[in-house]
Structures are given as C-alpha cells and as structure tokens.
Design a protein around this ligand. Sequence first.
Ligand code: ZN
Length: 208
Amino acid sequence: MAPVGSIESKRMKQDEIQHRRDKIIDKLHLKDDLGDGLEEATDILQKYLKERHMNVTPERQFILWTIYHLDAPFDVDALHQLVCQHRTQVCRATVYNNLILFTEAGVVSRFQPFPNGTQYFEKNIRQKPHGYQICRRCGSIKVIATDVASELIGAQLNKTFHLSQFCIYALGLCKTCYNTERREVKEKDKLKQREKDSQKKSASPKKK
Ligand SMILES: [Zn+2]
C-alpha cells in the first residue's frame, strides 16, 4: 500500500474517484418514458424563481429535464458530463449552482451518505419512498425498494410531521471492491510477515 499523502496514494485516490464516476455514469440513462413529476416540478420551480426575480433559462430547464429523465441518483460531475453530452457545453459551476437552487426549491433532493464524501442528488417530486445500496469504496449506487420499511417507519412518525424526504442507506462493498479489499489485506499481511522474518534473521546471532 502506498503511504498516505504520497504521490502514489494521491494517484490511487484520483483513480478511485474516476472509477466511481465512470460507474455512476454507466448506470445513468436518459429514458424517455420517465419524466413523471417533471411538469409539477417545473411549476414549483417557476413559482420559486418568480418570487426571487430569477429567470427560467433554457439551460435551467434542460438541467431539470435531464434530472427528471434519469433513473438513478447522480453526483454533480456525472450530471455535468451527461448535460454536456446532450447539449452545448455548460460549465460545472452552472450545473452545481442549479442543483443547489433546485434542492432549495424542493424539486431535487440531496444526500451525503459519508461525512465529507460525495453529495448525491435525485428528482424529488412524485417519487415513491426508496432506499439505496451504496458501495463505500467505489460509490456505486443502486436504488432499492423499501415499501415495508417505509410503512413501518412512517407509522412511527409524528402525525403532524411533514415528511419531505425519506432515506434508507445500505452501506457496504460491491463484489469487485470486496474482492479488492480482501486482496489488499492479504498482501498487507504477507508484507508484515516478510518484515517480521527479516527482523528475526537480523536479530539472531550469526553462526560461525
Ligand atoms: Zn464498489
């Protein structure tokens, strides 16, 4: 394993981030038959923007349209890449600022399963309660049905509580990352054993 903070470990970290992003983008598909809730979301957003004397720009509309035609949560980089693939270049800051704006308007929800980790976003209007299966190493994410759990937890909520977002995470390791981690542990153990052996050798008195 490369020591923390070394160039090698930074490169590994970057590789891992890129790998995670590729995985998210691989799973993101624009589907024409989705888009449920888009009309309502557009109305809410328009009202929100009007109150703040802001405009509904074509870019803003397209970003919202894209979000409502995706079938999985995404991070800002994945959405940025996707928007640029389907439209003229939009800068990352524009995509991010709009995501924050949409979150504040309530048409997009945001969650961050790991402290200081990636922020994920997804559409928020007319969405059934659901959960996520997230790999803590590569960040790959899968939506899971939580009908029974949602009902049980819903029954525990205060009757006057206005629920806006429901989140259940199952954190763990995907198959690839589980195998990688096991391999790394084995290699670490081997290295430790080798160090111990060589220490023993150098400590033992030399035979004449
Ligand atoms: Zn993984």
